[in-house]
Design a protein around this ligand. Structure first.
Ligand SMILES: Cc1ncc(C[n+]2csc(CCOP(=O)(O)OP(=O)(O)O)c2C)c(N)n1
Length: 546
């Protein structure tokens, strides 16, 4: 058979349903092989769109999302999605083409060493130099992509190799199980937890991937230990639980940090240093137990006293079984801080001023969606407001990137979420800056007939950087721009556009479009004028409760 046919058969063998991408002439054999396969090709308008969709497929399913690009410029456009998947722990495979490697009359036209370029961004990056290796390379790379910590892999298939004759030789797909921590490690952890005065549980991104919510819920219920989340740990545990203290959207000095600072032991489930720190460890300060698939990576902000390494769900179960509620545990302070924090977080929830405050947008979106519906965020200052103020009740109902924290992934990730969960409502919240980085994917969304709502928070500026600039005491400079007419822009793609003129108008529009078919874009004016006051000045002035 032809090598490209074998490649596609090997992908089918791995259970691949979709390939997202933009083929070039060097992928034409693969394209032809795909035409005759069960795999659906999803054409995008930029390789970034394809990569972000593939990565999100991996994030949401635990299976490997696949994307494809041509050599040179197509492949270089996959650099950001590669970093997004690799830092974010999302299993993703990138297939890129290449000119013939045996004989070529094209000189070095478009040739970049893509394999080497991808090496620091992936767990595996190789060129196929002989078609007979295709099956083992696909099997190995899929295994590596899925294995903890999941991430990106890359295979380059040159066009002459893709056209070679090869024998069919597929490998069985094997699902590995992870080892668990030794009993003596679990005992050490239990000893630390039992001796602590005010332990807290932290839920991070790693806990989200492995869907260990139930074992964690049991642990919280039986021990009564309060918990908080990192941004990417949102949704693992129901935030309406009485023991939930909130999300560490900032690294320090938020109301929640009054509790974190008071705790003498953090049981950290699934957080690693790739996420922006939810708190800073200090020498001689509180202790941390690191519960994760791999041991902790030590840096200035994170140096746990104990690593409980191995399958998180099994290790949590073992901890739960050995854990005994202690009379000397003190949680009252945490719960008092929680009540106080709630007052601050909800202060502007009913403020009807227009343009809308980000807090008000959070409340409106929460009210408009059901518990299982999904909101995806791009990157901007609203990410802080959403992760801090939006309560999640079910896993993966808020998709955000607190690892690479790239702009431009919000819309493609929402599209992928909608494709996977057609019965859930999906809202993509973007800044005007981030939206414009991949807005061309509106065409893909319309072509795929997705029912999607996009809210653009319009401040005609890179608001996040403005907020940081003000925080550093600098003058406003260099961050303002003009936007297109987003309503007309949406219409030109075959989507519907809206520009609410009041808070009530926004509510009505949102409720209406969530029940309609098609792609809807709401150009919403946002008021960021309180960001500095609330997130910098007030937090600095706050006093933790005695
Ligand atoms: C690809 C990329 N470029 C630059 C940045 C740095 N950055 C982070 S947030 C931000 C501004 C975001 O502006 P916008 O999308 O309009 O959202 P806003 O903060 O105004 O709500 C920038 C430039 C980034 N994270 N990713």
């Amino acid at each position: 058979m032809k090598a490209s046919d074998l490649f596609v058969k090997a992908l089918e063998n791995e259970g691949v349903e979709y390939i997202f991408g933009i083929p070039g002439e060097e992928n034409l054999d693969v394209l032809e092989s795909l035409r005759n396969s069960s795999i659906k090709l999803i054409l995008t308008r930029h390789e970034q769109g394809a990569g972000f969709m593939a990565a999100t497929y991996g994030r949401l399913t635990g299976k490997v999302g696949v994307c494809m690009a041509t050599l040179g410029p197509g492949a270089t456009n996959l650099v950001t999605p590669a970093a997004y998947a690799n830092l974010g722990g999302m299993p993703m495979m990138m297939i890129t083409g290449q000119k013939p490697i045996k004989t070529s009359k094209q000189g070095r036209f478009q040739i970049i060493d893509i394999v080497q370029m991808m090496q620091p961004l992936t767990k595996y990056s190789k060129q196929v130099v002989d078609g007979t290796n295709i099956s083992s390379m696909v099997r190995e790379s899929f295994k590596i992509a899925k294995e903890e910590r999941p991430g990106a892999v890359h295979i380059e298939l040159p066009e002459d190799i893709a056209a070679e004759d090869v024998e069919m030789n597929l490998f069985d797909v094997v699902h590995n199980k992870y080892p668990v921590a030794r009993t003596c490690v679990i005992e050490d952890a239990l000893d630390m937890i039992h001796k602590a005065k005010s332990p807290l549980l932290l839920v991070g991104a790693g806990a989200n991937r492995t869907r260990i919510g139930n074992s964690l819920k049991d642990l919280v219920s039986c021990s009564g230990i309060p918990f908080f989340m990192t941004q990417m740990g949102k949704g693992v545990l129901d935030e309406s639980h009485p023991n939930c203290l909130g999300t560490a959207a900032l690294s320090s000095n938020d109301y929640l940090h009054c509790s974190i600072d008071r705790s003498d032991l953090i049981i950290n489930v699934g957080h690693d240093v790739i996420e922006k720190p939810p708190f800073f460890m200090e020498k001689g300060g509180k202790k941390v137990i690191h519960v994760n698939f791999s041991s902790s990576e030590v840096d200035d902000t994170y140096f746990p006293q104990l690593d409980v390494v191995g399958d998180i769900a099994c290790n949590i179960k073992a901890l739960h079984e050995g854990l005994k509620k202690q009379k000397h545990w003190e949680f009252d302070y945490f719960l008092r801080v929680k009540e106080e924090t709630k007052k601050h977080l909800t202060k502007y929830f009913d403020d009807d001023r227009f343009p809308l405050l980000p807090q008000r947008v959070v409340k409106k979106v929460r009210d408009a969606l059901g518990k299982e519906d999904i909101v995806t965020l791009d990157n901007g200052v609203y990410k802080i407001w959403f992760s801090r103020n939006y309560e999640c009740y079910a896993p993966n109902t808020m998709l955000l990137d607190n690892a690479l924290a790239t702009m431009g992934a919000g819309l493609p990730s929402a599209m992928m979420a909608k494709m996977l969960y057609p019965d859930k409502k999906v809202i993509s919240v973007c800044g005007d800056g981030g939206f414009m980085m991949n807005s061309q994917e509106l065409e893909t969304a319309v072509r795929l007939k997705l029912d999607l709502v996009v809210i653009i928070l319009n401040d005609s500026a890179y608001g996040m950087i403005k907020w940081k600039q003000a925080g550093m005491g600098f003058e406003n400079f260099g961050l303002d721009y003009n936007n297109p007419d987003f309503v007309m822009y949406a219409q030109s793609y075959g989507a519907k556009g809206y520009r609410p003129s009041s808070c009530e108008d926004f509510s009505k529009t949102l409720d209406k479009v969530l029940h309609e078919k098609g792609v809807h874009l709401i150009d919403l004016a946002v008021d960021y004028s309180l960001n500095h006051k609330i997130l910098n000045e007030l937090l600095k002035e706050k006093e933790c409760l005695i």
